[in-house]
Write a protein that binds this ligand. Structure first.
Ligand SMILES: *Cc1c(COP(=O)(O)O)cnc(C)c1O
Length: 359
């Protein structure tokens, strides 16, 4: 039976990438070694490392005045590194549109004055608040957003205009899904396990002027962006295998036509699912149309028992990991780049059949 994996993360990877990794598992490029066995100081590994960075720069069209850092610790570690490294005036603005945005906000309170400027918690995060840039603090060290809310399935339709204040965006669940203008951001960061590769790698794309020297300010060496920037992300052992896998994913994206092609592919898939949900009498989307994510699609029947029955029957039919986040329940289909269009079509066919049998 064909299995389609709708996990929110760690998530589905392109089949071609997994097959290539399997082929090279025991002998990478005639070196007689698995990438996992290579010294991170070896020439063979260095080529993999630098190729991953170069591919990301190319695929995302990252301007020359930005550095790409390949780090560990997940998006969670960034919730701390951001305030620790960007602190100048000692204050930052936060827009809370879901659980991850809220965590970035609460964590920053440990280091600076974190100001909540907008929130959508009043309606269980089913929308993105309208933003009044007059409310933004002109002296804030940064303004933080979570661009795609993995749990609640919302995405910013347009970016907040922060003027000279650096916009910092958690793109963990939307990076590489559509082209973005990197120059609009101070920092983009993402854990890899949604749309870039396996877990263990966290990518930080940072404008060079934001890499402050915070030595002597009580910031641990490993928590300083400068440590990683000055050492091409090889200060200590990086997550070598995850970086290799990320490079393979980037090659796959490039071969498919880059981010413009990914956008079309993702829009087609999302339309199939949302169109069905909007016409269904059993299932409904939980997100206002204008704010719907291309990557994470939560939906409910309004009856917990039927939700449970659906998740169990879907699993038996090969559609796995459709349960909603433990904090919200219902269902969620994550349809990242690597989810083929056939997977979404097959899911919708299955949902229509279930609807007929259960109405
Ligand atoms: C998954 C996710 C995180 C958490 O990432 P970790 O690597 O587990 O720290 C944070 N933000 C967003 C938007 C996510 O999707």
């Amino acid at each position: 039976m064909k299995i389609y994996n709708f996990s929110a993360g760690p998530a589905v990877l392109p089949e071609e990438v997994l097959k290539r990794a399997a082929l090279e598992m025991c002998d990478h490029g005639g070196s007689g070694q698995s990438v996992m066995e290579m010294s991170h100081r070896s020439k063979e590994y260095e080529a993999i490392h630098n190729e991953c960075i170069a591919l990301l720069r190319e695929v995302m069209a990252i301007p020359d005045n930005y550095k790409v850092l390949l780090m560990q610790g997940g998006a969670h570690t960034q919730f701390d590194m951001l305030p620790l490294n960007l602190k100048k005036n000692g204050k930052a603005d936060f827009i809370v549109t879901g659980q991850w945005a809220k965590k970035a906000y609460s964590e920053a309170k440990n280091y600076l004055a974190a100001n909540l400027i907008a929130s959508s918690e009043d309606k269980t995060f089913c929308y993105i608040p309208e933003l009044d840039s007059a409310k933004f603090d002109k002296d804030a060290d940064y303004l933080h957003i979570c661009e795609n809310n993995t749990i609640f399935g919302t995405k910013y339709p347009t970016l907040p205009d922060t003027g000279d204040v650096p916009l910092v965006s958690d793109q963990s669940s939307c990076i590489l899904s559509v082209p973005v203008d990197v120059a609009k951001y101070g920092i983009i960061y993402a854990c890899a396990q949604k749309n870039m590769g396996p877990s263990g790698l966290t990518v930080v794309i940072i404008r060079e002027d934001l890499i402050q020297d915070v030595k002597g300010q009580g910031v641990p060496t490993m928590m300083q962006y400068k440590t990683h920037a000055d050492n091409n992300s090889l200060y200590n052992t990086p997550p070598t295998y995850a970086i290799y896998m990320c490079g393979l994913v980037l090659k796959w994206i490039k071969a498919k036509g880059g981010l413009a092609a990914m956008k079309l592919h993702n829009e087609k898939k999302a339309a199939i699912l949302y169109d069905y949900l909007d016409g269904s009498k059993l299932f409904k989307s939980t997100v206002e149309p204008k704010y719907r994510s291309l990557m994470n699609v939560p939906f409910v029947t309004g009856n917990e028992e039927i939700d449970k029955k659906f998740i169990a029957e879907a699993k038996a039919a090969g559609f796995v990991n459709l349960g909603g986040h433990r904090s919200v329940g219902g269902m969620r289909a994550s349809i990242y780049n690597a989810m083929p269009i056939e997977g979404v079509q097959a899911l919708v066919d299955f949902m229509a059949k279930f609807e007929k049998e259960n109405n």
